[in-house]
Design a protein around this ligand. Structure first.
Ligand code: DC
Length: 222
């Protein structure tokens, strides 16, 4: 049976994660948060004292990740790394910055490819990241490139982190997002860019519900 894949790519804070989760929920599809795999690679490397310039070491960490995506008692997300709950560490801004660094390494990306493709199971998959439509699922039925203005993305991230009780200044976050955008877009392997056949969706000034509905309308056209 053919498995429908919906690829949602875009920069940090564009709302990919939230929209992907909503769309997957509405369709009863599986969900792949590919950024979490890069974040987990960074966390695992720190835990194992693998240096961030040790390419072979980082690739081995990525290949051997022992990860479980679970839900907690309240129905929220829970991520276990080698059986240890690292959900909070995964979402930290510092983890995102390290993830962006390990994501530059082609050997790390290659080590994560099969693991990402294994999420493609019936009845379908919504995958969010930077290269879902360009590299990991090039034949996805629907490819979306979700964007929003840099200011709005920083504001959203700020609110998201504050809601989780994490303290970070808006100015620091804006700078961090800018640096990350640049690194993710300019790297030579699988840079952040829309697939040729992607639909661009700008979520600036739009509600989560409205953006989710647009995606669902596009899915209905498939
Ligand atoms: O989406 P995110 O913020 O969780 O991603 C964290 C970092 O991981 C991001 O800065 C770049 C990298 N990443 C990637 O290179 N390719 C992906 N498909 C997903 C994330």
């Amino acid at each position: 049976m053919a498995v429908t894949v919906i690829a949602i790519d875009g920069p940090s804070g564009s709302g990919k994660g939230t929209i992907a989760r909503r769309v997957a929920g509405a369709l009863g599809f599986h969900l792949l948060d590919s950024g979490a795999l890069y974040r987990l690679t960074a966390i695992s490397a720190l835990k194992q004292n693998v240096a961030f310039d040790d390419v072979a070491g980082l690739a081995a960490v990525a290949r051997d990740l022992d990860v479980e995506f679970d839900s907690n008692d309240a129905g929220g997300e829970r991520i276990l790394l080698a059986g240890v709950d690292v959900t909070r560490d995964v979402r930290k801004e510092s983890t995102g910055a390290l993830a962006s660094k390990v994501a530059v390494i082609p050997e790390v990306r290659a080590a994560l490819i099969d693991r990402q493709r294994a999420f493609q199971r019936p009845p379908g998959l919504v995958a969010d990241g930077r290269d879902m439509g360009t590299q990991v699922f090039p034949s996805a039925a629907l490819k979306i490139f979700l964007t929003a203005s840099a200011e709005e993305r920083a504001r959203r991230r700020h609110k998201q982190l504050k809601d989780k009780g994490m303290d970070v200044s808006l100015a620091a976050l804006s700078r961090d997002i800018e640096v990350r955008d640049q690194r993710d877009s300019e790297r030579s392997v699988a840079p952040l860019k829309p697939a040729e056949d992607a639909r661009i969706l700008d979520s600036s000034g739009r509600s989560i519900e409205s953006v989710t509905q647009t995606v669902l309308d596009w899915v209905a056209e498939l």
